[in-house]
Design a protein around this ligand. Structure first.
Ligand code: ADP
Ligand code: ZN
Length: 817
């Protein structure tokens, strides 16, 4: 009987691929093992075994596999099930999920090796000297590496020569694969056997009196050994003795010292951190009980707690519970780079059981966390991570925490899989029979709706921990102030005076300016009016090249009028001033204050963010101006004032979520103020202070915002009242793209009717030389999502069959946000 294995390749292929295996291999292979396989003419890939069977493929001849790479499955059956769900739900391939999920070193790389092509003899007269040399060498040995060829030809750049030979079909490129991951080895030294007694050692010191530097190293090693025992790290010895590695080398050569290489995990955690203790407040205890009741009823729980209410402490109790039962915990955060403070806090309570996993870590570091999770090591019982940590090989997962669950950055935007980490984590928890808790001071409409409908348990913390009061939020009418000429630059008199007061009182100040403020919107600087789409309840976007205002949901457009349609003044201006300008303005107005800025530009380096936070904590900074980054996770004791220069840029952002986002961002940034006994102050400037969302922020009326926004989403048919799938078409040829997107939209309309919007050009309509067009498909709740996706795929099949559209790429974004 012939045996076959179905494998998933880490490339966008719709289907699994089938290869031939021997009966012995069939016996060995288990799903989740890695297998290297040939693919196409000359590629070798690392694939993942899915199933062994005896059905030969019907449309192609199965090739043999190259090699089985694992003795045990690298990927658990939990992972395979979960990844399959992600691929299906988010309409991508399993291969794309695998590529996103596995640290790079697990997906082996090819190293190019060439062989001669036995089927093809090329006339010597047609070969250049170099080509001749290479072929001659290949007649003596079966294969040559790139390095061999460099030696033979005595040339550095041999690829053109190889290309020439390939063109003549004289050689073939073979790819072999190798493991890239090498654990980090640390060099240690100790005294050789014969110098371990005092007498020998003092003799040695005498002999070395003519080599004072070496003598110094020996003395230092002696001392360090007394402190640390046994062996000593070479790097420690060098720095302690002020010597160099060449001096250590000469001692090694003399046989005085011996060297030792020891494997060390890279992710070291301060083992000394003392374990702190705390008691929950009555409110927290109550919330904990509600969460546990939800768990008992097999439901996830939403912890809706105002800023600084102590949600983290509630999570900690849940975590401790699971750790006592020997289970694993996944703690998801939207942006790990922004959470230095939280990590050290958790380590303070849980010590070395906490591992961290995110994309700023090197591939090798990620492999180590992966292995630790797989081996159920104690030092990775709790994993704090960004969205990709939900791909780790958990086997005893007991709890998933999704902190700041409302954050949009939980959704992967590009490339596929375009998954939402919150939703995927809920599915992950379900697969493991684990519990899940979502936390936020400003829950997403989706999650709060789920809680209201009883799908989630709802635990609330309505007061801040300890004596801290909720901040005092005030709105400042800058329309009025502008009219009365009471503005200093972008600062109203009230705001200016409050800054002065705070600085005098020695308090710190945070300024928030949205990066999204740069969105191309046209605003009247007299009345603050921004044109809205008549169909979509979003602001119209300014397209400079056509001098048009456009809705990028439905395609509505109008030309820009010379004067404001509301007040008639010709004071229209495209809005958006950045953090940098605000920083400069503040510096001019308050020359003595130390003003710093926290945005993408100032936090590029690996530690730049930590440094800024540390400086702010140490009060080296008086005023911190920042983007969204300053709204998240920061727990500063001394912030007395939070300022927002123009809330309208948030409200007018052309997105149906703009109002929800504005409420969330403003509430979150306001939450940075007054975390101690003294009540913090928040000042929000706006042309439109009577806007209901701004009013809801000042009165902390989440529920009111929720009801109103939900109503509007129902009226205008947007999530969460229905589901959306965004289809993006990309092509270099604009006309081709137009034809293709019209064709696709029409075909979708034939099936789904007026639930199809577009095609429409996005705000940024050309990226990396490709033009983009979006089509939005709405799926009402009563319509089957899986059937709809099947319908789309059927249309895609016809689309793919049209030769003209070959150069157009189609991308799905399910639950686009
Ligand atoms: P949130 O995450 O809800 O914004 P935090 O968890 O940051 O709130 O808590 C706010 C502050 O109150 C933190 O400094 C935290 O250490 C403190 N805190 C919260 N609960 C307790 C507790 N039970 N015992 C001691 N300190 C607490
Ligand atoms: Zn519209």
């Amino acid at each position: 009987m012939d045996y076959f294995v179905d494998v998933a390749l880490p490339i966008p292929l719709e289907k699994l691929f089938t290869y031939k295996v021997s009966p012995e291999q069939a016996e060995l292979i288990q799903p989740g093992m890695r297998i290297s396989v040939p693919f196409g003419k000359r590629k070798v890939y690392t694939s993942i075994a899915i199933a062994v069977h005896d059905n030969p493929p019907t449309v192609y001849e199965a090739k043999d596999i190259d090699q089985i790479l694992d003795e045990n499955p690298l990927i658990t059956s939990f992972q395979l099930k979960h990844w399959d769900w992600i691929a299906n739900y988010y309409m991508c391939t399993l291969g794309e999920v695998i590529r996103a999920a596995l640290p790079k070193p697990f997906l082996l790389e090819s190293e190019t090796v060439v062989t001669s092509n036995a089927d093809q003899k090329v006339e010597d007269s047609l070969l250049s000297d170099d080509e001749f040399l290479i072929l001659e060498a290949l007649s003596n040995q079966s294969s040559l590496s790139i390095n061999d060829i460099i030696e033979i030809t005595e040339k550095k750049n041999v690829l053109p020569i190889l290309n020439g030979l390939l063109d003549k079909h004289a050689i073939e490129v073979k790819e072999t694969i190798y493991e890239q991951y090498k654990p980090k080895l640390v060099r240690y030294v100790h005294f050789s056997e014969q110098f371990t007694n005092d007498e020998a050692l003092s003799q040695l010191l005498e002999v070395l009196s003519k080599a004072p530097k070496q003598r110094q190293v020996v003395l230092q090693l002696f001392q360090l050994q007394a402190q640390q025992g046994g062996r000593v790290k070479v790097s420690d010895l060098i720095s302690a003795s002020g010597s160099s590695s060449s001096i250590i080398k000469s001692l090694l050569n003399k046989g005085v010292l011996q060297e030792l290489l020891i494997r060390e995990d890279r992710i070291l955690i301060d083992q000394e951190a003392e374990q702190k203790q705390f008691e929950l407040s009555n409110h927290q205890t109550q919330a904990l009980k509600t969460i546990q009741n939800a768990f008992d009823a097999n439901k996830p729980a939403l912890l809706f707690g105002v800023t600084s209410s102590g949600k983290t402490e509630v999570y900690l109790k849940l975590i401790e519970d699971k750790l006592n039962q020997g289970e694993q915990v996944l703690y998801l955060l939207p942006e790990i780079a922004l959470t230095t403070q939280l990590i050290s806090r958790l380590q303070g309570y849980l010590g070395n059981k906490v591992a961290v996993y995110h994309s700023k870590y090197s591939a090798n570091e990620r492999v180590e966390v992966w292995n630790n999770v797989q081996n159920q090591s104690e030092n990775a019982q709790v994993v704090i991570g960004a969205r990709s940590s939900l791909f780790l090989p958990f086997s005893k997962l007991g709890l998933v925490i999704i902190d700041e669950e409302h954050e949009a950055s939980f959704k992967q935007f590009d490339p596929a899989p375009r998954y939402h980490a919150r939703d995927s984590a809920l599915v992950l928890a379900k697969l493991h029979g684990a519990q899940a808790v979502l936390g936020s001071a400003t829950p997403s409409l989706e999650s709060f709706k789920n809680a209201k409908e009883g799908k989630f348990g709802l635990a609330e913390l309505t007061v801040r921990f300890g004596e801290a009061m909720m901040p005092d939020v005030q709105l400042i009418d800058i329309k009025e102030a502008t009219r009365k000429k009471k503005m200093k630059g972008h600062f109203s008199k009230t705001l200016f005076e409050s800054i002065e007061e705070s600085l005098l009182a020695g308090e710190q100040i945070i300024f928030f300016q949205n990066r999204r403020g740069f969105a191309p919107v046209i605003e009247c600087t007299t009345c603050g009016h921004v044109e809205q789409c008549p169909n979509c309840d979003v602001s119209l976007t300014f397209h400079q090249n056509k001098n048009q205002l456009r809705c990028h949901y439905c395609g509505y457009y109008e030309s820009v009028s010379p004067s404001c349609k509301a007040c008639g003044n010709n004071t229209l201006d495209s809005i958006g001033f950045g953090t940098e300008q605000i920083q400069q303005e503040l510096q001019k107005l308050f020359p003595k204050a130390h003003v710093a800025r926290m945005d993408l530009d100032t936090t590029r380096g690996k530690y730049a963010y930590q440094k800024l936070i540390a400086a702010f904590e140490k009060k080296e900074i008086d005023i911190l101006v920042g983007t969204q980054m300053v709204t998240k996770g920061l727990d500063f004791r001394n912030v007395g004032l939070v300022g927002i220069l123009n809330a309208d840029t948030l409200l007018n952002f052309p997105d149906y979520r703009a109002h929800e986002r504005t409420f969330q961002l403003l509430t979150q940034v306001a939450g940075r103020a007054g975390r101690t006994a003294k009540r913090g102050k928040v000042l929000i400037q706006s042309y439109n202070p009577y806007h209901k969302v701004l009013q809801q922020v000042t009165t902390n009326s989440y529920r009111e915002m929720f009801e109103e926004q939900l109503y509007e989403r129902e009226q205008f048919k947007y999530p969460p009242s229905l589901k959306i799938i965004k289809l993006t078409l990309k092509a270099k040829d604009f006309n081709r793209l137009n034809e293709a997107s019209s064709w696709l939209a029409q075909s979708l309309r034939n099936v789904f009717g007026n639930l199809v919007l577009g095609p429409e050009s996005p705000v940024i309509s050309r990226i990396r030389r490709e033009y983009l067009k979006n089509i939005l498909l709405k799926i009402p709740h009563e319509q089957s999502v899986s059937k709809t996706k099947k319908g789309i795929k059927r249309i895609q099949k016809s689309f793919d069959a049209i030769p003209m559209f070959k150069s157009v790429r189609l991308v799905y974004d399910v639950d686009h946000i």
